[in-house]
Unconditional design. Structure first.
Length: 252
């Protein structure tokens, strides 16, 4: 709504397209909300259903859900907050600014790839808490379809990318705090490198009462579309899980 009040009202998604995506503080926060609410919310509600828990309990689906909530949601949100804390509290510019602008995206992509691979591998019954999912030399052998190998590879690739992004974040934070260029908060200019856009003093904008009233009257139609997408995906995933449950749980 704030973006629409600033005049970004063309179509349903101009407010979203023209958001400050190059600001790691904003992009990291936005990605954490989407990952936590969309992926974490859908998988959490579904796996939390008592009956569906029959097929998801103790499989890789469980840590797959945890990683999009605790890691993709919470940890990424704190990473984003750091990009504001460094200039405001430590009065220093963010080091490796170009890398910092990409870091939230790399971490988010890695976590999503890792977590979704775990979730779908768990759908095939891949267990958690065991180093050998096929239980080699066990009295009863266990084989998975070839699709599981692809998902496990996706898990490894996603985890590797997330680790690289996490190490990049640590390097950025440590170098910024101890060796970053000192910052004068009273003399910030738009477009200054190493400073999140949310901290910069942008030129003041005035809005007529008519423009503000129009924005409020129109509401947020783009948000309604996004909520509709969320509900559609949730219904599809929830139905699919009940369908899978019906194949193994015969009720006479």
């Amino acid at each position: 709504m704030g973006q629409r009040l600033r005049g970004l009202r063309k179509g349903r998604f101009e407010w979203l397209r023209r958001a400050p995506w190059s600001d790691p503080g904003f992009s990291g926060t936005w990605l954490s909300i989407v990952i936590f609410g969309f992926l974490g919310g859908i998988t959490g509600v579904t796996q939390g259903t008592e009956q569906i828990n029959i097929i998801s309990h103790n499989t890789l689906r469980v840590p797959g859900h945890f990683h999009v909530t605790v890691v993709g949601g919470t940890a990424l949100a704190f990473m984003a907050l750091t990009y504001y804390v460094i200039p405001l509290v430590f009065r220093r510019k963010v080091a490796f600014w170009k890398l910092a602008r990409w870091q939230p995206y790399l971490f988010a992509i890695g976590i999503v790839c890792m977590s979704m691979s775990m979730t779908f591998a768990g759908t095939f019954g891949v267990p958690r808490r065991h180093w050998d999912i096929s239980f080699t030399n066990a009295p009863f052998g266990l084989e998975f379809p070839p699709a599981v190998d692809m998902m496990m590879a996706g898990l490894g690739l996603g985890a590797s990318l997330a680790v690289v992004a996490a190490l990049s974040y640590i390097a950025i934070a440590v170098v910024s705090v101890f060796f970053g260029e000192k910052l004068d908060l009273e003399n910030l200019e738009p477009g200054m490198s190493g400073v999140p856009q949310g901290i910069l003093r942008l030129p003041s904008q005035t809005h007529s009462e008519e423009a503000s009233a129009a924005a409020h009257e129109e509401g947020a139609p783009g948000t309604v579309v996004l909520v509709g997408v969320f509900l559609a995906v949730f219904i599809l995933y929830y139905f699919t899980n009940w369908k899978l449950l019906s194949l193994i749980w015969k009720v006479g």
